[in-house]
Ligand binder design. Structure first.
Ligand code: ATP
Ligand code: MG
Length: 402
């Protein structure tokens, strides 16, 4: 049986064997088992074990203690990382972030019982035998999301599970069981109490799912927007989106799209209220700037240059959501080939060269402005990236008076 397992499980097999050689139990658990049964690409391999985190640290040479108080360590093996978590039951989630306390236990049964949905409460041993205590395999077959145990209690315990149910429906294209859905509705106002970073993390995956439209229909039916920053002040924002939005791959893309649909809400407001990183802010701003430029000027070298290859696809995803026709990756790459420089650093001339040409001028805004202008002309092909040619141009176009 094990030989039928995908490569990634085979890579993790020595870890399970090593733990079992030390007389402890170990299983593949959660999303990797679900995705294996669904024949979906497997993300991370999570391992659950009866061994304590300290014991796991002792028996493996390379261990990173990422969340030792919750029982989780990362075991490094042949350049791969595997999360190994001790079987546990959770205490209360009074801060709506982490359980207040966890208790390590010996058997996998209770560990599976604390998991959110039946499809995520599966474990598999190293021979490929599956432990399925809550009819998760049947729910996978029927493509249904259902809580493990009483949904009202499970959602009250951790309201993030409400958002997680919707995000799994988006990723997997599953239907939420009707009783579970009613229970989500009953508890939905508790979403307000969640740490927004946790919600943002789930929302990012929700918007990236292939069935994002199904998920947004759930969001609308539950009127979850009422409990979410920014959305709560603009009740019609989600309904204003077309019924066929295309998946987005990052929260920066989500923010850029919503800002472009509702320019009244600045990117910075999204960032603040959703407590996003500076990186998300920079990415969202870059996408917004590129889209606005595209609307005015269309696809040209300057747009492609400003975006940089890392953002081509994000830009296409945003514009596909806003316009009937847009550009293709192929077109962008073809233009990239024509660029004589890929970044400002490649410009043959710099501030010192410019100052050298105008020794009488004081340092000031003119320097940056003139360099920007030269950069633009080089990128657009009006000037070659050649010192002599650029200096000649500068002589004829000296900087203005500051
Ligand atoms: P993905 O492929 O997107 O990572 P996943 O199922 O692995 O999906 P994770 O968020 O990585 O999802 O969580 C790993 C597992 O931990 C889940 O499959 C589930 O069993 C359990 N789990 C995670 N978060 C919760 C939660 N809030 N409540 C209960 N169980 C949870
Ligand atoms: Mg995971």
């Amino acid at each position: 049986m094990i030989n039928l397992l995908p490569e990634i499980f085979l890579q993790a097999k020595p870890i399970l064997e090593h733990i079992e050689n030390h007389h402890h139990k170990a299983y593949f658990v959660g999303g990797c088992v679900r995705d294996y049964l669904l024949k979906r690409p497997i993300g991370d391999i999570d391992i659950a074990t009866s061994a304590s985190p300290v014991f796991v640290q002792e028996i493996f040479p390379k261990v990173i203690p990422v969340g030792i108080e919750h029982g989780t360590v990362i075991v490094r093996h042949n350049n791969d990382s595997f999360e190994v978590t001790t079987f546990r039951i959770d205490g209360d989630y009074s801060d709506k972030r982490h359980p207040d306390s966890v208790q390590f236990i010996d058997s996998i049964d209770k560990d599976l019982e604390r998991r959110d949905f039946t499809i995520n409460a599966l474990a598999m041993d190293l021979n490929g035998n599956i432990i399925d205590l809550f009819e998760g395999i049947n729910d996978i077959k029927e493509r249904i999301i259902r809580t493990v145990g009483n949904g009202y209690e499970r959602f009250t315990e951790d309201p993030l599970r409400i958002i997680r149910a919707i995000r799994f429906s988006s990723q997997l294209g599953f239907t939420i069981d009707s009783i579970t859905f009613q229970e989500m509705k009953d508890v939905s106002s508790e979403i307000e109490t969640l740490a927004i970073e946790r919600v943002a993390n789930e929302f990012t995956k929700l918007f990236a799912g292939k069935d994002v439209n199904r998920a947004l229909t759930y969001v609308k039916n539950l009127q979850i927007e009422r409990y979410l920053p920014v959305f709560c002040d603009y009740p019609h924002m989600l309904s204003a989106l077309s019924a066929s939005i295309r998946p987005l791959q990052s929260f920066a893309e989500v923010i850029a799209l919503f800002h472009l649909v509702n320019p009244d809400i600045e990117v910075i407001q999204w960032i603040k209220e959703w407590k996003c990183s500076n990186r998300t802010k920079q990415e969202a701003l870059r996408l917004v700037k590129a889209y606005s430029y595209f609307k005015k000027h269309g696809l040209d070298r300057w747009l492609v240059y400003q975006l940089t290859p890392a953002f081509y696809e994000g830009f296409i995803r945003i514009s596909e959501n806003l316009l009937h026709t847009t550009v293709s990756l192929k077109e962008m790459k073809a233009i990239e080939q024509q660029l004589s420089i890929r970044s400002k650093e490649e410009l043959i001339i710099n501030g010192y060269d410019l100052m050298g040409m105008f020794p009488e001028k004081k340092r000031g805004r003119w320097l940056q402005e003139h360099l920007n202008c030269i950069e633009f002309k080089v990128v657009c092909g009006e000037l070659s990236n050649n010192k002599k040619e650029i200096k000649e141009w500068i002589k004829w176009n000296p900087p203005g008076i500051d």
